[in-house]
Design a protein around this ligand. Structure first.
Ligand SMILES: Nc1ncnc2c1ncn2[C@@H]1O[C@H](COP(=O)(O)OP(=O)(O)OP(=O)(O)O)[C@@H](O)[C@H]1O
Length: 499
């Protein structure tokens, strides 16, 4: 006998203007199942989860909980039923600390909550200081807060929208243990991920979406990752390009004795960082987020100024005292890990977001914006980088996470930089697009660009980099040539076991 479903969606549709984000979706989630939702960037996964959590409302169709139709006007209605959600774009208040953010959703005395946050952190490897201000936390740390906050509410259905994208491998293992324990207690989990191997390992059911429609309900353990990818994208997977390293050229980014005292109690101080990045080379910075990645990226991009100008050299010039725009004029471009707010302004159109960093591509004349140039550039970026959007006038904030990432990366690549810094290049990007992005970075390397990649994905770093460094507690390891280094070696540096 099949168990009655905890959550049932029948014929659920949702449209945004001209975009049919969800079309006649049927979905049943059983108690105690870990149910994956798969699909390319923009396939409609996040929209579907927002409908289930009461953030958005269906145009058509019904949502039933334990067999009874429900109207979810707002997230508190979903929470009252026992539905918890961890968002892809975080919903924390940056100016409050972790505990205050938790208190907004979870009842209880602050001291008790702080203890529970500590206990959950210990148990599940999601350590975070309850008194840390959220704005000082890295993306990975913020995600830990979101997950802990949900678990404190003991949900019957937990929705996780790409929970592992920014977690280091050890934490992914711990998170999976957590999810399996929750499953054993009868909690159902809806799990969105682009990591097909993770889905095969963790999930017992999967619903595949393509272009807003369900294309299959399957058991992911019965299909290999390639077959799953094919179901998602409806065609064969692109091949990974073989990497052909060229002779490195001149030094284009040099960090010499770069030290920087942390700005807040919760930041990380950087200590005596040395690095040489040559033209025609990709160097990767591996490490668990919160070990100084944000601080290092801000110093290299110019968002934070260095103590001494010559600690940072770009294209042979000391730039530690220069701001981001002046560094860009030297041929430097930058993709920050935070897409919304730092990489793009959510309220602005894609075209206007192009203007932010690409205005020197002839978009300004005599103090006026040349709209046609701005649009042509944006259209080219949309085409070349396969950004799924109605067009250049679409608002950045309305894009799916992966598509916004493709846009920001495309915009920076189109500036043909001499030196580029990319943080988390494929975070939230589907498997087909991630392969395309990595291939593009390797092509740029082969044509002479110097690229520094900060990523928590070891596999990605091993695939595209020539040299790795590991950042741990603000210290950078010596250079490790990829050809002579194993993932275990890097793992040892990541947890500080090697010096
Ligand atoms: N608020 C909105 N306004 C307009 N369009 C939207 C809005 N939210 C989502 N969309 C559009 O709906 C479609 C589905 O987006 P959704 O975020 O659900 O995709 P997704 O499968 O979660 O993608 P990703 O893997 O990139 O996160 C996309 O074309 C997106 O641009």
């Amino acid at each position: 006998m099949t168990e009655p479903a905890l959550l049932t969606l029948s014929g659920v549709s949702k449209r945004y203007g001209t975009v049919q984000a969800n079309k006649a979706i049927d979905l049943a989630v059983r108690p105690g199942s870990i149910h994956a939702v798969l699909g390319e960037n923009g396939a409609g996964k996040s929209t579907l989860m927002k409908l289930i959590y009461g953030v958005e409302h269906p145009d058509e169709g019904t949502i039933a909980w334990n067999g009874a139709p429900v109207q979810l006007a707002r997230p508190s209605d979903a929470q009252a039923l026992g539905i918890g959600m961890v968002f892809q774009h975080f919903s924390l208040f940056e100016t409050l600390n972790v505990l205050q953010n938790v208190s907004l959703m979870v009842p209880g005395k602050p001291a008790d909550l702080a203890r529970q946050i500590g206990a959950l952190g210990q148990k599940f490897g999601l350590t975070v200081d309850p008194y840390a201000m959220v704005h000082t936390l890295s993306v990975g740390e913020r995600q830990r807060v979101e997950i802990i906050r949900c678990l404190l509410l003991n949900p019957k259905l937990l929705i996780l929208d790409e929970p592992t994208s920014v977690l280091p491998p050890q934490s992914v293992r711990l998170l999976f243990d957590t999810l399996r324990k929750l499953q054993a207690d009868g909690t159902a989990i809806l799990f969105i991920s682009h990591k097909l191997e993770e889905i095969r390992e963790l999930c017992d059911e999967a619903t595949v979406l393509r272009g807003g429609e369900v294309t299959g309900h399957i058991d992911p353990r019965e299909h290999d990752a390639r077959a799953l990818a094919q179901m998602m994208i409806g065609r064969a997977m692109p091949q990974v390009a073989a990497s052909s390293a060229t002779e490195p050229g001149e030094i284009r980014l040099r960090l010499t004795g770069l030290s920087h005292a942390r700005a807040t109690r919760f930041g990380t101080s950087l200590e005596d960082i040395n690095l040489d990045l040559h033209g025609g080379q990709i160097i990767g910075i591996a490490g668990i987020s919160g070990n100084g990645q944000q601080e290092l990226a801000a110093l290299i991009s110019g968002e934070t100024r260095a103590g001494q100008s010559d600690m940072i050299q770009i294209m042979g010039r000391s730039v530690g005292h220069l701001g981001p725009m002046q560094r860009r004029k030297l041929g430097f471009t930058f993709v920050p890990e935070e897409r919304l707010g730092r990489g793009a302004v959510p309220e602005m159109s894609l075209a206007d977001n192009s203007l932010l960093t690409a205005h020197r591509q002839g978009m300004l004349r005599g103090g006026f914006i040349r709209r046609q140039v701005e649009k042509t550039f944006t259209r080219r970026c949309i085409e070349e980088f396969d950004v799924r959007t109605p067009g250049p006038d679409a608002e950045a904030g309305a894009m799916s996470g992966g598509n916004l990432q493709k846009f920001i990366l495309g915009r920076e690549i189109m500036l043909a930089p001499d030196v580029m810094l990319v943080a988390q290049p494929t975070w939230g990007v589907d498997i087909g697009a991630a392969t395309a992005i990595r291939r593009r970075l390797v092509d740029m390397r082969d044509s002479g660009t110097a690229i520094l990649v900060i990523s928590e994905e070891l596999e990605e770093l091993f695939e595209i980099c020539d040299i790795l460094h590991v950042l741990h507690e603000g210290h950078l390891s010596a250079p490790l040539p990829v050809a002579e280094t194993s993932a275990d070696d890097v793992g040892a540096y990541m947890i500080g076991a090697s010096a």
